[in-house]
Design a protein around this ligand. Structure first.
Ligand code: PAF
Length: 293
């Protein structure tokens, strides 16, 4: 049966015991509302480590919209059951005060002086559209790493820019190695997301345009197109009529806030759009057959 802890100090003690017994710890940080994509991370972590631990914490520091934070789906019981079945040994949650006892002000708010600098990967796209988001992610992920001290940590490619922020953080901290796992998709190609449950049937049907646009850009890259501007035009043409936040192309090895000039050897196409009240993001590598980086 999976071990559960409601506060990070107890989780840290459990992790320390595991390490003392010579076990390697794989760590999957989540905000809960788990779906098959999270469980794929857990299975990969299980295959590569002795034990797997998962955090479930809807981190208020990374939400730029209060309404998004408040309605984010939460079901710790269902999540713990799914994690158990997927082979995780421990799941923990906590409160902001539990994670940051020294960083809160008297009124209970987080003191911004303690926010982590998310570094250069936070430039552009999500970083520009969601001010403070990556600082909030980097701050909690650092604390989670300090709590678990894992041998490896697992993140999904769907949040591509987040994987860059987390890699940069781990590089600064000196650990842990970051494993980025391919995006899990529905049969029609839509990337799994905890927010998909908020799509109406009509919006869900329209959402398939996102993986189709990414595929159109891949086909164009395979046909020899190497200019980011042209590849991005294919994305935008395919998504005409959608409320786009962005549809763009970057060099995955060399992040820039702006679309790169010149020819790309490797490319990642990235899309963010709003369907009704739901914001969806997705990406794929254009230089690989399956879109994985
Ligand atoms: O990707 C997520 O679910 C969150 O951003 C993370 C990494 C768990 C930090 O809160």
């Amino acid at each position: 049966m999976i071990q559960r802890f409601g506060e990070p100090q107890a989780a840290a003690r459990w992790c320390a015991e595991q390490r003392a017994q010579g076990r390697t710890l794989g760590f999957v940080p989540t905000m809960g509302a788990l779906h098959e994509g999270h469980l794929a991370l857990v299975r990969r972590a299980r295959a590569e480590n002795d034990v797997v631990c998962v955090s479930i914490f809807v981190n208020p520091l990374q939400f730029d919209e209060k309404s998004d934070f408040e309605r984010y789906p939460r079901d710790f019981e269902a999540d713990a059951g799914a994690l158990d079945a997927a082979g995780a040994q421990m799941a923990f949650t906590g409160t902001l005060a539990g994670f940051f006892s020294r960083e809160l002000r008297a009124d209970g708010s987080f003191d911004p002086a303690f926010l982590e600098d998310p570094g250069a990967p936070a430039q552009g796209l999500e970083g520009a559209l969601r001010p403070g988001h990556f600082a909030g992610v980097a701050t909690i992920v650092r604390r989670l790493f300090e709590t678990v001290r894992p041998a490896r940590a697992y993140f999904g490619q769907k949040d591509f820019q987040q994987t860059l922020v987390v890699r940069e953080l781990a590089r600064r901290l000196g650990a842990p190695p970051i494993v980025v796992c391919p995006t899990t998709r529905e049969r029609d190609g839509l990337a799994l997301s905890s927010r998909n449950v908020f799509l109406s049937a009509e919006e869900r049907a329209r959402a398939v345009a996102i993986p189709r646009a990414l595929e159109a850009a891949r086909a164009r890259f395979a046909a020899g197109e190497r200019r980011a501007s042209e590849l991005a035009r294919v994305l935008r043409d395919s998504l005409a009529g959608f409320a786009l936040d962005y549809a763009t192309v970057r060099d995955p090895e060399c992040w820039t806030g702006e679309e790169p000039q010149g020819e790309l050897e490797r490319a990642v196409a990235l899309v963010a759009l709003r369907l009704g009240a739901v914001r969806l993001i997705d990406n794929r590598a254009l230089h690989t057959q399956d879109g994985a980086l």
